[in-house]
Write a protein that binds this ligand. Structure first.
Ligand code: ATP
Ligand code: MG
Length: 424
């Protein structure tokens, strides 16, 4: 019997897992500078939370959820995204009782039954932020700047910010009506899918990839020209705040989120070097979501970034993350007595922050040296009876070939001098 990982999932193996750790560390650091704090919610929730929180008329809820009935006969769904859970937790734990806004971030696996392809998986990982409790346009700009800053910290600059406003419950219904009438007049030119969407959710026609639909859409009424004055002001303030921190944007009136609880700002960050799956992160305001999942009225804004897409972007640009290469010291041993001594030395070195390794397969000296090479050891040392008796050994810099004699009992002090602790 041979087992494969389920379709659309990936094992994250070393050294790749080190990249993931690096990305996660950077995230924790940067997000804390912006005063966002980590929240960890369950990997699964009651299905209804996502039906309400994501919306029945979405691809995610209609086609992509991993839903099952548990042994207690409850309908459970593996989380396909993070916002609904964060909002649920915010309400359940009455966090609205604390000083606002609340700024959360999360990081972890999400599950969607999609057709696996480059940049699209069934288990994938998102890092996301949610700022709850304020409708300040400065917060919209902060969220966008945070995401862009994170990508910049990884060396990604060739990005385009697509920005739009989708209005609010005041101005959107009239716009949707206008759009519907326009689409009905062009019904015959639209793809079959979009023909059905006209009645169910006409906004979703705007992001159809079909060429014929694109032509119709290009001439459609634009939401940006149909905003009420509050929404127009909000949008113009977001743009001003972005300009303040020198973030370029491209207003894309076709960028919409199809659901009623999305309001005002919508955005996507695209990597110009990626092909079909080029959106690295996207998000927007959802001032109507809290009410939708049974709570009070509460403004919110957030984004979610796909970590696999981020890694693809880095790959496309040949950007290497500064992950630690190998061990600091490999101790090659000859004989059992030397091994025991080495084992003790390892313990001391590791407790002092050095990455060290020895052989566990009784290999010859030659094979041990090969292992050291494979592990990209920065230094090696050979320990035999002789070295033990004389309390002296030769430590070798594997890159330069330089060797120095040291007292074995001084190994820790010597290593401290040899290895630049800065990059430990
Ligand atoms: P797409 O249009 O690419 O399907 P989406 O609108 O479904 O994206 P969101 O739900 O906004 O995406 O999720 C935010 C981010 O999560 C995306 O921009 C992308 O980077 C990532 N993402 C979404 N779905 C997947 C997936 N199946 N596999 C890998 N990454 C994904
Ligand atoms: Mg999708």
């Amino acid at each position: 019997m041979k087992f494969n990982a389920p379709r659309g999932t990936n094992d994250i193996l070393p050294p790749d897992s080190l990249k993931w750790q690096y990305i996660e560390q950077k995230t924790h650091q940067l997000f804390s500078n912006y005063n966002y704090q980590e929240i960890r919610t369950p990997i699964f929730e009651y299905t209804e939370l996502f039906q309400r929180g994501i919306g029945e008329v979405t691809d995610i809820v209609e086609k992509e959820m991993y839903t099952f009935t548990d042994k207690g006969d409850r309908s459970i769904t593996l989380r396909p995204e993070g916002t609904a859970s964060v909002m649920r937790s915010f309400m359940e734990n009455k966090i609205y009782g604390q000083a606002q806004p609340t700024k959360f971030y999360y990081l972890g696996p999400m599950f969607r039954y999609e057709r696996p392809q480059s940049g699209r998986f069934r288990q994938f990982h998102q890092l996301g932020v949610e700022a709850l409790g304020s409708n300040d346009p400065a917060l919209d700009a902060e969220i966008i700047s945070l995401g862009l800053r994170l990508l910049q910290d990884f060396g990604l600059n060739d990005l385009t910010l697509h920005l739009n406003s989708v209005g609010c419950s005041e101005c959107r219904p009239a716009y949707v009506e206008k759009l519907k009438n326009y689409l009905l007049a062009h019904r015959a030119e639209l793809c079959e899918n979009c023909q059905q969407r006209i009645e169910r959710n006409p906004l979703r026609v705007l992001d159809c990839k079909n060429e014929a639909c694109q032509e119709v859409i290009a001439e459609a009424p634009k939401i940006t020209e149909n905003l009420c004055s509050d929404c127009a002001d909000h949008f113009s303030d977001v743009k001003k705040y972005l300009e303040l921190v020198e973030i370029d944007y491209f207003v894309n009136p076709l960028l919409v989120r199809g659901l009623d609880y999305y309001t005002n700002t919508a955005f996507e960050i695209k990597d110009n070097a990626l092909g079909a799956q080029d959106t690295v992160f996207g998000g927007g305001r959802y001032n109507g979501l809290a009410e939708e999942i049974g709570g009070r009225s509460l403004p919110g804004i957030g984004f979610a970034l796909g970590i696999e897409r981020l890694l693809l972007s880095l790959e496309a640009k040949d950007i290497e993350l500064p992950i630690p290469a190998g061990v600091d010291l490999y101790i090659t041993v000859i004989g059992e007595k030397a091994k025991r001594k080495a084992f003790k030395l390892l313990d001391q070195l590791r407790n002092n922050g050095f990455r060290t390794e020895i052989d566990y397969l009784g290999r010859s000296v030659g094979s041990q040296m090969k292992s050291a090479d494979r592990m990209q050891a920065e230094f090696t040392i050979i320990l035999g009876e002789d070295e033990l008796n004389k309390d002296s050994a030769t430590i070798r810099n594997m890159k330069t070939g330089t060797e120095i004699e040291i007292k074995l009992s001084n190994l820790l002090t010597e290593m401290k001098q040899l290895v630049d602790k800065e990059d430990l």
